[in-house]
Ligand binder design. Structure first.
Ligand SMILES: [Fe+2]
Ligand SMILES: [Fe+2]
Length: 248
């Protein structure tokens, strides 16, 4: 998909939570509330970002290429992530869970997205999307709350496409580069994911275990998604480069 398509997709998808009814009668037992409360607060905080620095990177791309489709795609993508935060926030409101204003892990992610440059910003985002894909599966299974399950189902559909979107950007960045640079980028993606898997499991093991993810299964699920992403980014990039060489 071109960035024009991504921009149109995200813009046309802004009603993705309209089918959800934030029912005040939603069922959540005290044990379930205790189990998920801390994790939901942290993930709700993580989903909420104004995306200022990402928008600045996207504007630089527009200035460089003269094509604003990536900037538009990022604008609507940020809105979509904000809807995740909004939906979780409304669920928290229904069950009297207070929002977090700051979280140390989230702060590290934000710092990396802000100061490590465009490629690392997208790599960090991809890592967060991969973790989300597994975490929300676990959260979906961890309670019998119809509202939380409906929210998780929608987030999971969205995150699958977010992974493809970030991969397409990383593919564009890596295409035509020295193979050794792409090799190093792949190793860094694996190292970053390993670090995040360890931290996230330590913090959210209760929800993950309740959703059927012991450490081994959680790590395996995350790394399988990363390897699938790496195939999309680097393998396709390599094929494209070879084709260009053949054409030449
Ligand atoms: Fe999200
Ligand atoms: Fe996402």
């Amino acid at each position: 998909m071109s960035y024009q398509h991504w921009a149109n997709y995200f813009e046309g998808h802004q009603d993705h939570f309209d089918h959800i009814v934030y029912n005040a009668d939603d069922q959540l037992t005290i044990d379930e509330l205790r189990l998920i409360k801390t994790s939901v607060r942290q993930f709700q905080r993580g989903e909420h970002s104004e995306g200022k620095h990402l928008m600045n990177y996207a504007k630089e791309q527009t200035a460089f290429s003269g094509d604003d489709s990536y900037e538009r795609a990022i604008y609507w993508f940020i809105k979509e992530e904000q809807h995740h935060a909004m939906a979780l926030g409304k669920f928290m409101g229904v069950h009297g869970i207070r929002k977090l204003t700051s979280d140390p892990v989230d702060n590290v992610f934000r710092w990396m997205r802000r100061y490590l440059g465009f490629e690392q910003s997208i790599t960090t985002l991809l890592t967060a999307e991969i973790i989300s894909l597994v975490f929300y599966r676990a959260l979906h299974r961890a309670t019998n709350s119809p509202l939380l399950q409906a929210i998780c189902s929608q987030i999971l559909l969205d995150e699958e496409l977010h992974i493809n979107f970030q991969c397409e950007t990383l593919k564009e960045i890596s295409t035509g580069r020295w193979p050794i640079v792409n090799f190093m980028a792949r190793q860094w993606q694996r190292i970053m994911l390993l670090g995040v898997v360890l931290v996230v499991f330590a913090q959210h093991r209760q929800v993950l275990k309740a959703g059927g993810y012991g450490f081994g299964r959680f790590a395996l699920a995350c790394f399988k998604t990363l390897e699938r992403s790496i195939d999309m980014i680097h393998f396709n990039a390599l094929i494209q480069r070879r084709q260009e060489q053949w054409v030449v």
